[in-house]
Ligand binder design. Sequence first.
Ligand SMILES: [Zn+2]
Length: 192
Amino acid sequence: MRKITWLRTLIIFVVSLGLLGGAGGTSINAAAATVTPFGAQRFTHDHATYVITTKSAYYRNVWQDAIRAWNKTGAFKFEPGTKRNAQIDLDTDSRRQSATMGDNVGVTQFWAEHNDLIAVVSTLNPELMSAFGYSHADKEHVAEHELGHAMGLNHNPSKDSVMYYRDRSVGIQKVDVLGVEERYHTPAGESD
Ligand SMILES: [Zn+2]
């Protein structure tokens, strides 16, 4: 993906997952979750190649678990690629960089051309997750959330979705799987 960042027609998007703030949070929307919404961008097919570039064995495992969880749904297939040609780069921020992530435990950047996803970089923030006592399962949910963005999902206003904008404890739900399926049955350029 580094090789193609010079292309002028590429548009970059950045989406993130923030910490759950203190004080009870908001009680918006206890209603049943509806299908997780998606944006105009998608990969050409319902599969894409990835490479895990973090040097941390622990976080390789977190990414791997999240990939396994999504692949199990059958809605999309993440396939192993190489550093050279993978469409999706899965990483962690270094201790030094993590300050620049603010209160984001995960960030996904994607590059699109005519609403076709060309490259995606998803980054986890280990420093912040450790500081807030995230369990392995919580971290996996953050990774699943970022992979959701990588496939083209937007945030779901419901807490019963891995794509809730401050998700921590909820994994992939039926509404999220349906969102991915709808995303890949809907042409690029159309969002729901
Ligand atoms: Zn997000």
